[in-house]
Design a protein around this ligand. Structure first.
Ligand code: KG4
Ligand code: ZN
Length: 354
């Protein structure tokens, strides 16, 4: 019997039992992460090694450095995650790994590690889409949450509105035509000399600012539920340069607060419209930007006002982590969707093949 035949047999037994403990690996960008997750919802270990300090020196992620650092971090993180879970390698029923989207070299390190591990332990391998991982962080945070629900996924690389119709089934309602929301936060933060990744610090600074002080343009897009952050970002950056060239000064906290308000309103206007139009009863946030304080407050306020039940993972599960990959991987495994040892990184894979 080949590895894949044995894996299929093992997966069938796990599906019958309706239970599995997954070891999950995430390495799509600048966070190396390994987690152990039981039945898609119970996190037994969630280890992360961030490279942010190194990339901050360059003002953004340097792909080659990211790949090298993942390679160094993966084995120790695996050991740490197993130890923290209190389990042995033989207790792992399957391995889940992010295969895309992300940086190709970075993804390859995790995919190679996961393939070797699955083969070595002789257990099924599950390929997980990173965006699906972000959405699935909600399953960990809210044990009662089940599809269908509409989810706004806003991160450094993506801004999507998706309708989660069933576990593993997504209908793409809207997306950004250019920059992602997190990318816009990071680039505008640079104007305020906030180091990479600027989003979290800009958010903190905004808490003390006057959001009505500066006026930024509203977003224009073709699609009813689509975003475009590039125009807003450029307008904000240009406005800052003009003020400074004329000898003026920018009040950083007010600037941050006004910009944050513009992004959060734009994100929610469209996402909540999509939720209303699809008749959704539940609405969830996901992705790094979902840890934004104003976005969280406004989602709760506006969503609840509309009669939606609102979900959002804690900040630690919004930014990149492997627990969310373990959650998504469990439902893929339960659907019988296994990857072979020929699994490759797919840097531009979409959540939904359009
Ligand atoms: O999901 P994530 O960790 O990685 C990607 O898949 O991209 O998201 C990282 C992004 C960065 O752009 C970061 O600046 C942004 O999320 N971010 C925030 C906040 N925390 C993280 N943006 C705004 N406010 C925050 N509190
Ligand atoms: Zn991410």
């Amino acid at each position: 019997m080949t590895y894949l035949e044995r894996a299929r047999e093992k997966a069938r037994a796990l599906i019958e039992k309706g239970s599995a403990t997954l070891l999950a690996v995430e390495s799509s960008c600048d966070e190396t992460a390994v987690a152990v997750v039981k039945d898609g919802r119970q996190v037994l270990a969630n280890e992360i090694s961030s490279q942010v300090d190194i990339h901050a020196l360059y003002g953004g992620v340097v792909p080659e450095i990211a790949s090298r650092m993942h390679v160094e971090a993966l084995s120790p993180l695996y050991e740490r995650a197993l130890a923290a879970s209190g389990l042995g390698a033989r207790d792992i029923d399957a391995v889940a790994v992010t295969f895309g989207p992300g940086l190709v070299g970075a993804l390859l390190t995790g995919v190679s590690f996961a393939k070797a591990l699955a083969y070595g332990l002789d257990v099924p391998l599950v390929a997980v889409n990173h965006i699906e991982g972000h959405v699935s962080a909600n399953f960990i945070a809210a044990p009662s949450l089940e599809p269908p629900f509409v989810c706004l996924v806003a991160s450094g690389g993506h801004s999507h509105i998706v309708n989660v119709t069933r576990y593993g089934c997504y209908e793409l309602l809207g997306r950004t035509a250019d920059d992602a929301a997190g990318e816009a936060f990071d680039k505008v933060a640079r104007v305020l000399e906030i180091p990479y990744p600027g989003g979290p610090l800009l958010d903190k600074l905004a808490e003390t600012g006057d959001e009505k002080r500066y006026r930024f343009p509203r977003m224009h897009t073709e699609g009813k539920y689509d975003y475009s952050f590039s125009g807003l970002k450029t307008a904000v950056i240009n406005q800052a340069h003009t003020i400074r060239q004329n000898g003026g000064e920018i009040e950083a906290a007010d600037w941050a607060a006004s910009f944050r308000r513009a992004v959060v309103d734009a994100l929610l206007d469209k996402a909540l419209l999509a939720a209303r139009d699809t008749g959704a009863e539940r609405f969830a946030l996901a992705g790094g930007v979902a840890s934004n304080r104003l976005l969280r407050r406004e989602t709760l306020r506006r969503g609840t006002e509309m009669g939606l039940k609102v979900f959002m993972p804690p900040a630690s599960l919004c930014t990149d982590n492997a627990a969310m990959i373990g959650a998504a991987g469990f439902y893929r495994l339960m659907n019988g969707e296994l990857a072979g040892l020929d699994l490759n990184a797919q840097p531009s894979v979409r959540l939904i093949e359009e």
